[in-house]
Design a protein around this ligand. Structure first.
Ligand code: SF4
Ligand code: SF4
Length: 291
């Protein structure tokens, strides 16, 4: 089963949930669980896992490179949807940071004047962590590299091949609702949207919900830091009413507590707290019931 953890707003506790839910599933019945950190610009799941030395694989993306057959006709610049090519009177300039590797320019070039160049975009790191059943993989973009989607795709493919037969893949998605999030969620069986009961959290949750509805994904909401901000006790019931009106299941609520904050700040997991373990049990049951 593939479960993506997404949020819309950053800082809602998406990574905390992804790591602890993976540990929970791993502990329970010794399921083989693979935690995949797809937040490739700033992967941080590893902070909460063992400090094992991770295996490393360099990752590349392909971009076109002009060769001597070019006659400067300009067709490639016209065809490129992403303005990644400029043709001057004397040369063709390719901007690799804008290239989406669609290869339309290569297909359309009448002179067959393109070769393909590999550009290093980042690395995949992986390791078995707490025990033989919990495996961990992350994609990490090179500093200065702006194209997250190709690395997310390669990290997902690598995880599926490396850990064939795992019971669960938990994908920690990037924040937001743009292309990297779509790539990190589009193949999953279920999406957990982690939110917090604050005006910002609520605002971005609605955008994340619209995105998942457009993708026709099954999803549910986990409210983290329950008890602060726009919660039942203080700013009213907007978040709860919204979920009720939109028929969105609230899978569980993780309380805003000093104990959790202290464990988090030390990079420790929170499933050691019995009440949190029960909440994760309820969330797992909720997800299974919706599939
Ligand atoms: S389409 Fe081909 S021949 Fe024309 S400018 Fe581009 S690379 Fe050169
Ligand atoms: S591969 Fe696609 S995105 Fe890249 S330069 Fe060619 S047409 Fe543009």
């Amino acid at each position: 089963m593939k479960i993506s953890v997404a949020s819309g707003k950053g800082g809602t506790g998406k990574t905390t949930f992804a790591v602890n839910f993976s540990l929970f599933l791993n502990n329970k019945n010794k399921n083989k669980v693979v935690l995949v950190d797809l937040d490739v610009e700033e992967p941080d799941c590893h902070i909460f896992l063992n400090d094992n030395k991770l295996n490393t694989k360099e990752c590349f993306r392909q971009t076109p490179k002009v060769n001597e057959k070019c006659n400067l006709c300009g067709k490639c610049a016209d065809i490129c949807e992403f303005n990644a090519i400029a043709v001057t009177n004397t040369k063709v300039i390719i901007f690799p940071e804008l290239c989406h590797s669609c290869f339309a320019c290569i297909e359309m070039c009448p002179q067959n004047a393109f070769d393909i160049e590999n550009i290093e975009m980042g690395e995949i790191h992986w390791e078995n962590v707490t025990n033989e059943n919990l495996c961990f993989i992350e994609g990490k973009l090179k500093v200065g590299e702006v194209m997250a989607v190709p690395l997310i795709k390669q990290t997902k493919n690598f995880a599926s091949e490396k850990f064939k037969g795992a019971t669960y893949f938990i994908f920690d998605s990037p924040p937001g609702t743009s292309c990297p999030v779509i790539e990190a969620t589009k193949d999953s069986d279920f999406i957990v949207l982690v939110t917090e009961p604050t005006p910002f959290g609520f605002h971005d949750l609605k955008i994340a919900v619209e995105t998942m509805q457009k993708l026709k994904k099954k999803f549910g909401v986990v409210i983290n830091k329950s008890g602060i901000g726009n919660s039942k006790e203080s700013f009213g019931q907007e978040l709860y009413n919204y979920c009720k009106n939109e028929n969105i299941p609230i899978l569980g609520e993780i309380p805003y507590s000093r104990e959790i904050a202290e464990l988090y700040s030390r990079g420790k997991d929170i499933i050691t707290i019995p009440s949190i373990n029960n909440i994760f049990r309820k969330i797992e049951k909720g997800i299974t019931g919706l599939l």
